[in-house]
Write a new protein. Structure first.
Length: 95
C-alpha cells in the first residue's frame, strides 16, 4: 500500500497540524466539543471556557463538506503540535 503524499501549505490554519483527509485544508476544520451551560430564563449561558474533545469527537470540514471524527484528520508533514500555524520556510517540504 502506498502512502498518500500531502502537500503542506504555508499556513496549516490551526495549531494542531490537522488537515482534512479529503481536501487537505486545515483552515476550515471544525471539532464538536462538549462544554457545560446553565439553563436560564433567557436561554443558556456558558459556565466556563472549558471544552472537552478528543480523537472520537465528531469533526467536519466546511470547505469540502467532509464529516467524520478527529482521528481521521491527517497530520501536516513537518509540523509539531502547538507550534505557530504558519510554517517557517525552513520547515516547508522540499518541492
Amino acid at each position: 500500500m502506498t502512502e498518500e503524499k500531502i502537500a503542506t501549505p504555508k499556513s496549516v490554519g490551526n495549531q494542531f497540524g490537522y488537515l482534512c483527509p479529503n481536501c487537505h485544508r486545515g483552515d476550515y476544520l471544525h471539532v464538536y466539543a462538549s462544554t457545560s451551560v446553565s439553563l436560564c430564563p433567557d436561554g443558556t449561558e456558558v459556565d466556563s471556557a472549558d471544552q472537552e474533545w478528543g480523537q472520537d469527537s465528531g469533526a467536519s470540514c466546511s470547505h469540502c463538506d467532509w464529516n467524520g471524527t478527529v482521528s481521521q484528520f491527517k497530520q501536516a508533514p513537518n509540523f509539531e503540535a502547538g507550534q505557530d500555524s504558519v510554517l517557517p520556510e525552513s520547515r516547508l517540504p522540499e518541492s
